[in-house]
Design a protein around this ligand. Structure first.
Ligand code: MN
Ligand code: MN
Length: 470
C-alpha cells in the first residue's frame, strides 16, 4: 500500500458507489488462476468423452459412482449424507446429496443441459447418388448451417435392434478412425450460391454426410456403393437398413477440446453450451460433501429444441424425484419445491468486439470477468422467461460475494436483437426461485465454441458456494 498513490475523493467514491466488473487476472491470486487452469484439464477431458447427451450422462454417472453415489430407488430410506442418482432413459440425470436440514427447508438445484446443436440422422438415412454414399440428416437446435460443411465430423449414438439389443456407435474420435464430412461448393462455381442469404448458402436438405464411395464388387446394381456400406455395417454391427428406424445417431465435430491463445487462457471445443455448466454442476456437488440443504444437480436433455419430451425439463421427472425424496421423510414434494432455490446453469453470449453492434457493453458479459448472472432471457418484451425476483437476485449476489466468486451480469444481446431461452422458466414454474447463472461463450452454437478457463472455474465455485449456503 505504501508506494500506492493516495486515491482522490472522486476515485474513492467511484470505487465505493459504482458497479464495475473486473478481469479475473487482476483480482485473483496466481495460485487461484493456476487452480482454474488445473480444473479445466478435467473439463477438457469431459468435453472429449461426452459429446452427446448419452455420453454426458454416462461420464457423469462414472464420476458420481467413484464419489460414492448409488442408484436412487423411490422406496429407499434416506438420511443426511446419502448420495443418489437417477438415470432418466440414459439421456438425462438427477444427482442428489441429502443435507442435514429438514427436507421441507427446500433444496439447492443446479440445472444444466447436456444436449448441443448437431446434425441428427434421418430415420431412413442411407442413400446413394452418383456413386457416392450419404447419410441424410436433420439438424438439431439452432445452427448456422454453413458452419457445418467442410469440417471433420464424427458419428455417435445408438442403434436399437428390433429385439431390444443396443449397438453403441462412436466413429471419428480415435486417431485411427475415419471421419465424415459434408461437402461444400468450390468458390470457382459458387457465384450464385454466394448471392443467397447466409441462411440459405447451405440449405437444410444440403447437409448430407459423405460416408463412402466404393461399390460392392461383382455387382451391377444401381446402388452398389450403398450396398457396400450396408455390407460393412452388417459385418461390423450386425444391423440391417431397417435398424436405422430405431436409432439415435448424432453427427458432431470430430476434433478434441484445445487450449486457445498463446496464453492458453481459453478453451475451444464443441458443446461448451452447456457442458461448461453441466461439468461444474457435477463437480460442485461432488465437492459439497454433506451440505445443510439437500443439493441437486440436473443434467437435462432437449434444451436446444425447447425442453420438450420425457428427458427435457418440461417433463415431470424432476417433480417426481423431489416427490419421492420428500416422501422418504414423510413430506410432500411441493412443500420442498416451494422453499427451494435453483441456479439454471446455462451459458450466455460473451461480448465479441468483432460484433459489438448486437450488445450493449454495460449489460454484456465479458470473457474472464467471471460467471454471468442473467436475470431474464427471452425475446422482445421479456417474452419466454421467468425473470428472477429482486429478492432472489440479492440472495445469490450475497452468496457469491461472500465466497469470493468472480461474477458479472449480462443480457443476451440488445433489446430486439433476437433472444433465446433456457430451462429456468420450467423450474421456476414449479414454484422454485430460479435465476440463470453460467459461463460466457464466444461463437455460441458453432462447431467450435470458446470459453475462458477462469470463467469455467468460477461456475464451479458459484454452484459450490450456493450448495453450501447456510
Ligand atoms: Mn444452453
Ligand atoms: Mn444453446
Amino acid at each position: 500500500m505504501s508506494n500506492e498513490k493516495e486515491k482522490s475523493l472522486g476515485e474513492q467514491l467511484r470505487e465505493q458507489l459504482g458497479y464495475k466488473t473486473k478481469n479475473g487476472v487482476s483480482v485473483m491470486s496466481a495460485e487461484e488462476v493456476a487452480a482454474a487452469d488445473a480444473y479445466c484439464e478435467g473439463y477438457k477431458h469431459y468435453l472429449d468423452v461426452a459429446k452427446t447427451e448419452r455420453e454426458a450422462v454416462d461420464e457423469a454417472i462414472a464420476m458420481a459412482v467413484a464419489a460414492g453415489f448409488v442408484p436412487f430407488d423411490p422406496k429407499m430410506p434416506l438420511k443426511a449424507g446419502d448420495k443418489v442418482y437417477l438415470n432418466n432413459r440414459g439421456k438425462a440425470l438427477l444427482l442428489a446429496t441429502i443435507g442435514t436440514r429438514p427436507i421441507t427447508d427446500g433444496v439447492t438445484i443446479a440445472a444444466a443441459h447436456i444436449d448441443s446443436p448437431r446434425l441428427d440422422l434421418k430415420p431412413n438415412p442411407l442413400y446413394e447418388d452418383s456413386e457416392l454414399a450419404y447419410f441424410d440428416t436433420h439438424y438439431y437446435g439452432g445452427i448456422k448451417k454453413y458452419q457445418w460443411v467442410a469440417i471433420p465430423l464424427a458419428l455417435h449414438g445408438v442403434i436399437v435392434r428390433r429385439d431390444g439389443s443396443v449397438v453403441s456407435v462412436n466413429i471419428g474420435e480415435d486417431d485411427n478412425d475415419p471421419v465424415f464430412c459434408v461437402t461444400d461448393l468450390l468458390p470457382h462455381l459458387g457465384q450464385e450460391q454466394m448471392k443467397r442469404p447466409a441462411s440459405e448458402i447451405i440449405r437444410g436438405e444440403d447437409l448430407n454426410l459423405l460416408i463412402g464411395s466404393r461399390p460392392f464388387k461383382d455387382d451391377e446394381g444401381s446402388d452398389a456403393v450403398k450396398l457396400n456400406i450396408l455390407n460393412i455395417l452388417h459385418e461390423k454391427y450386425d444391423i440391417t437398413e431397417a435398424d436405422f428406424l430405431s436409432a439415435e445417431l448424432e453427427i458432431v465435430p470430430a476434433f478434441k477440446a484445445k487450449d486457445v491463445g498463446f496464453d492458453r487462457s481459453l478453451i475451444g471445443a464443441y458443446g461448451h453450451d452447456d457442458r461448461v455448466c453441466a461439468y461444474p454442476a457435477v463437480t460442485s456437488l461432488l465437492a459439497a460433501g454433506t451440505p445443510e440443504y439437500t443439493a441437486v444437480a440436473i443434467l437435462a436433455d432437449k434444451e436446444e429444441i425447447g425442453s420438450e419430451g420425457n428427458t427435457g425439463m418440461q417433463s415431470a421427472f424432476l417433480r417426481y424425484f423431489i416427490d419421492d425424496i420428500a416422501a422418504a421423510f414423510g413430506e410432500k414434494g411441493h412443500h420442498v419445491l416451494s422453499k427451494s432455490i435453483c441456479l439454471s446453469a446455462d451459458v450466455n453470449a460473451a461480448l465479441d468486439p468483432i460484433y459489438p453492434d448486437v450488445m450493449v457493453r454495460s449489460n454484456a458479459a465479458k470473457i474472464n470477468h467471471g460467471v454471468c448472472i442473467t436475470k431474464y432471457t427471452g425475446a422482445r418484451g421479456k417474452s419466454g422467461t421467468s425473470d428472477a425476483s429482486a429478492e432472489y437476485m440479492a440472495k445469490v449476489r450475497g452468496i457469491l460475494d461472500e465466497n469470493e466468486v468472480l461474477w458479472q451480469t449480462g443480457e443476451l444481446g440488445k433489446v430486439d436483437a433476437g433472444g433465446g431461452g433456457t430451462v429456468a422458466m420450467y423450474i421456476a414454474n414449479l414454484d422454485v426461485d430460479t435465476v440463470d447463472l453460467g459461463v460466457p461463450v464466444l461463437s455460441m452454437h458453432a462447431p467450435m465454441e470458446v470459453v475462458s478457463k477462469i470463467d469455467v472455474y468460477m461456475a464451479h465455485k458459484a454452484f459450490l458456494a450456493t450448495m453450501l449456503r447456510k
